[in-house]
Design a protein around this ligand. Structure first.
Ligand SMILES: C[S@@+](CC[C@H](N)C(=O)[O-])C[C@H]1O[C@@H](n2cnc3c(N)ncnc32)[C@H](O)[C@@H]1O
Length: 326
């Protein structure tokens, strides 16, 4: 599938069967979909007879989902909110504990498809990249930030090995307002390498998007929120697309299942009289098979981790922060 065809395709849920098997929804249970998107997971949860409270920080995703909400006669509640605030938002809807939480991290195909959202370097659009459509845009950030700060973002969140060179080129080209301008600046700074499969602008776009939307902080706080609202026996399923995200999920679950001592000064070792494991020992991560990758190339980099909540109290916040987001 060409990049253009991929962008024109509707959002295809990744690892859908595996996510639903991990969540094991039953009629009458309440599940949280923290990343509604096009509603792929939510629809499957509703088919199982569960009630679903679905969150998305993007007002367009929520607006597009209203039709599914109307069709489902009270079984679906849509909330425009960040999943880091899911515990507070559930409580505002009279829900304290739930049977499942799922997070499918990153952007949706709808967000990438729409050039005017500014997420894609494949189509020209305003340099925006705000999932919530509010706050600082990518253009605001790149036109104001220090060169050193931009370089750190590109290095830490895009794993761009030549971050300083790209940051210097961005600052020299300011002001920048279009995605195509930014993509060209990066390509010129890094040089054209036709044999390279990945566009050199990929890492820069990823880094700026993750930074602007504070995606790693959101993930850390979303995991803590899920721990807080899951009832004993409740299931957590997280799909991530980058090693940075997966590291956060893996470390969180390893610590809280007692598989490793807490990697933090602030939390005592569970095996030395600290908090009891809040999740059961975690199964191996799940990746897409050849058939799914052929059908949906986006699934190639997806990793699913599933874990079951114990009856122990939540550990809450306190684990050491990783990465540069504050
Ligand atoms: C990969 S898509 C989810 C696709 C969905 N599972 C489906 O099957 O259609 C990610 C969605 O999560 C939303 N999102 C990303 N981070 C979020 C956050 N911190 N809080 C709430 N929604 C978020 C994005 O706006 C996007 O719509």
């Amino acid at each position: 599938m060409t990049a253009a065809a991929l962008l024109a395709a509707p959002h295809v849920p990744v690892l859908l069967d595996e996510v639903i098997a991990g969540l094991d929804p039953k009629p009458g249970e309440t599940h949280v979909d923290g990343t509604f998107g096009a509603g792929g997971y939510t629809r499957a949860l509703l088919r199982s007879g569960a009630h679903v409270v679905a969150f998305d920080r993007d007002p367009d995703a929520i607006a597009a989902g209203r039709a599914i909400e109307a069709e489902n006669d009270g079984a679906l509640t849509l909330v425009q909110e960040r999943f880091s605030r899911l515990a507070e938002a559930l409580s505002e809807h009279g829900v304290d504990q739930v049977d499942g939480v799922t997070l499918d991290i990153g952007v949706s195909s709808m967000q990438l498809d729409q050039a005017e959202r500014g997420f894609s370097f494949q189509a020209d659009g305003p340099l925006d990249m705000r999932m919530e459509q509010a706050g600082m845009s990518a253009a605001d950030y790149l036109n104001q930030a220090d060169e050193a700060d931009i370089a750190d973002v590109l290095h830490d969140l895009g794993e761009e090995p030549r971050a300083r060179r790209v940051a210097r080129a961005i600052v020299a080209a300011r002001p920048i307002s279009r995605t195509s301008e930014l993509a060209d600046i990066v390509r010129r700074a890094l040089g054209h390498r036709p044999h390279e499969k990945k566009d050199p602008a990929t890492r820069t776009f990823q880094a700026i998007r993750i930074h602007l939307n504070a995606e790693l902080d959101e993930l850390e706080q979303g995991l803590v929120a899920a721990e807080r609202v899951l009832r004993p026996g409740g299931r957590l399923a997280v799909v991530s697309f980058h090693s940075m995200e997966d590291r956060i999920v893996k470390r969180f679950l390893r610590e809280r299942s007692g598989a490793t001592p807490a990697g933090s000064r602030h939390l005592p070792d569970a095996r030395a009289g600290g908090p009891r494991p809040s999740f059961e020992a975690v199964a191996k991560p799940v990746r897409a098979g050849e058939a799914e990758i052929a059908r949906n190339p986006r699934s190639r980099s997806a990793t699913l981790r599933v874990a079951r909540r114990t009856e122990a109290s939540p550990w809450g916040l306190g684990a050491k922060k990783e990465g540069r987001q504050g």
